[in-house]
Design a protein around this ligand. Structure first.
Ligand SMILES: [Ca+2]
Length: 242
């Protein structure tokens, strides 16, 4: 019986430890409106400078390729975004402004995407890019761009994930742009499942339930700004923080 109690105590200890150190992972946060394009382009602003090109909403795209058709299908729900090229010599963009929470331990932006470049390479006239912009159109970070020498196509829909914690607390623009610069050398692109995943900073045990006795109503400002708890906070080392 003594051993049994000891085992139970050990299990309780490690169970509590695990609970304390697992951050408050939230479900996928719907910070992006209609990131899966199930409602067409609601929430998005699109443009094209095109001769026959247009932003379409489709279930799948089949592109003829010398080694066999390439088929790209929606990865979330039934529909996806597809820029259907015209005759070439055109550029296109799609964007959405989002507000990122300040109190996050981590923030990641992910999306599913395909592209197929019928030209022989990429250039300033033939490219696809996904960036973070501020609301004035300045681009602090390009998350993805097909530079010269890049693979000419994705064999399937690919998932891209980027850490965007640097923009916590900011309003930012997700900005997609590209050009299909040469006549009849089309650039096919498609997107689905844009989402921002938020992991909230872990507070002290019970903090989220309002157990703030003995504490000020907020974390120490310096640490709060960094989304960190004081060293030893979770283990009850609270001196200096009242
Ligand atoms: Ca979808």
């Amino acid at each position: 019986m003594k051993n049994t109690n000891k085992i139970i105590k050990v299990l309780l200890f490690w169970g509590a430890a695990i609970l304390i150190f697992v951050p408050n992972a939230s479900a996928t946060d719907p910070l992006i409106i209609n990131g899966s394009f199930e409602d067409g382009y609601d929430g998005w602003t699109n443009s094209e400078s095109s001769i026959g090109g247009l932003w379409d909403i489709v279930n799948s795209v089949t592109v003829t390729h010398s080694e066999g058709d390439l088929i790209f299908s929606a990865t979330d729900g039934d529909l996806m975004s597809y820029y259907k090229p015209g005759r070439g010599g055109e550029c296109f963009s799609m964007q959405q402004d989002i507000a990122l929470p300040e109190s996050a331990a981590s923030l990641s932006l992910s999306w599913d995407m395909f592209y197929y470049n019928k030209a022989l390479d990429f250039s300033d006239l033939q490219y696809l890019s996904v960036s973070i912009q501020d609301l004035g159109g300045y681009t602090p970070e390009t998350l993805f761009k097909t530079l010269p020498g890049a693979d000419l196509y994705t064999p399937t829909m690919q998932t891209y994930t980027h850490n965007i914690i640097d923009y916590a607390g900011s309003n930012v623009r997700i900005f997609i742009d590209g050009c299909s610069g040469y006549t009849r050398e089309y650039l096919y692109v498609g997107f689905d499942n844009f989402k921002v995943e938020v992991v909230e900073a872990a507070g002290p045990p019970g903090w989220d339930q309002g157990k703030k006795k003995g504490w000020t109503d907020s974390m120490p400002p310096g640490l709060e700004n960094k989304d960190k708890t004081p060293p030893g906070f979770e283990k009850g080392k609270k001196s200096g923080w009242k």
